[in-house]
Design a binder for this molecule. Sequence first.
Ligand code: GTP
Ligand code: MG
Length: 507
Amino acid sequence: MPKPTKFDHQGRRRTTSDPLAAALLPPPNESPIDRENRLKAEQDARKVSEHIDDMIRQERAERRRTRAEVKVLLLGQSESGKSTTLKQTDILEDHEDAESLETASIVISADGRPPSAILGTKVPNYDSYRHRLEPLIELEERLTRLLSSPDEDEPTHLGPWGTYVSYLGGTENQPPLAFTNGRHQGRPSPTIIIPQVPQKKLSTASVQQSLSNRLRSQKEVVVHTSTNWKKTFALGGNSKSPKSAHSGEIEGWWEDPDDPVHVLNACAPAMMELWRDPNVKERLNEKRIRLEESSGFYLDEIPRITAKKYIPTDSDVLKARLKTMGVVEHTFSVPSGTNRGVEWRIYDVGGARNQRQAWAPYFEDVNAIIFLAPISAFDQVLTEDPRVNRLEDSLLLWKSVVSNKLLASVNIVLFMNKCDLLQGKLEAGVRLNHHMVSYGDRPNDYDSVSKYFIRKFGAIHHSYTPNKERDLYPHLTAVTDTRRTSMIIANVRDIIIKGNLRSMRLV
Ligand SMILES: Nc1nc2c(ncn2[C@@H]2O[C@H](COP(=O)(O)OP(=O)(O)OP(=O)(O)O)[C@@H](O)[C@H]2O)c(=O)[nH]1
Ligand SMILES: [Mg+2]
């Protein structure tokens, strides 16, 4: 039997079998006044409902507009901490794998003298160290081969580790073993090449990183993304995920006798002795080589890092160094909180001088810049040009960024980075005024020095910005410190979003 059908006052069909529709039907004996009141009430309710719909639509449109994405550019000289900042956002975002690294390069000759000028004196026990650590050289070569392209044609050059070894015993005429095996003066010097094409989310590398962390000597390792390093992932253990102990299969990489971890592990005692040796320390000091600012982090933790079942921690990832070549794009959106739904695009560029020409194309539609200036570097020189003081280079770079007209409406956040190292350096008695005459006879403590730098960078911005309305947001940072940095990054995200909304006239 067909269901009874009625029509409401708007002519819509209502089926009386629908309990809600039935409840909404006018009473059968409705008086004209009741009917008028009811219609009026229905009209009011409709208006309220339409208003709510409007608000939802508007909010959605607004969110779509603001979500249009926020583009942030990380700028600063090489080794200023750009990629480390990116790793931090990655760690904060989802606590997953972060991008990899490379060994921290050290200043080969902090006073600008070429390495050859400071080769020479042997440390006692050098021959014994060399003999005991020799397997590492072979291991490094093996890993370099695995990580590098077979037709690698990058120019090779001595990295700090080679130089370091030379400090310990080589001479110009009789280089130590480390200098004899490779092409040119040293061994092949691979580097991770990051493609120019912006990539999707960074996903490379905890394994690559763990491998290179463990094994890469202090050289610029170049690994072409398309080649061998991917296979090397397998060697790092991914293909040897734990299997049944009873099946006869190996349980993990540590059971594979060919795994590099065994050589490392066997060399650990000699590495520890070398690193603790007061003669070695003295020699490094003499040469003003601050390994503690770079690979020292790992050298202090040799037993942990060389353990057969070593798995890198977040901190290991953050402290490792991989020089950026080209531009890396990292996108993510924040799933909760006030900035939810906002799509972030962060561009991490190479900061070395020969990489800076790649920056300009990214200036055009960028919303914010995080500029990193490693203020601990006041007594160091650029690796790519030992005639140039690093801090001076940072100040010049800062000036060119803040005065750039294309960037006039871009929010600028300044990370005065490596504050932990600055503090250590000042406490160790390194005097700023020996390297920066303008500091004069102000106190050489962290508080005075950091305030001085804030003022100095602020004054350059104030004098050279084409946009006098622009606020500058300076932060004293140590981006390897996750706890400190997480708060700063959250704060910077808010500033950038607000600035972005303001420029869209939404707040
Ligand atoms: N102690 C300390 N080390 C830091 C800090 N920031 C960065 N580093 C280390 O400095 C090294 C260089 O950092 P990166 O983030 O690779 O530098 P970058 O600016 O990306 O360098 P390029 O890619 O060459 O432009 C890494 O080993 C980091 O772990 C810091 O605040 N404190
Ligand atoms: Mg980088």
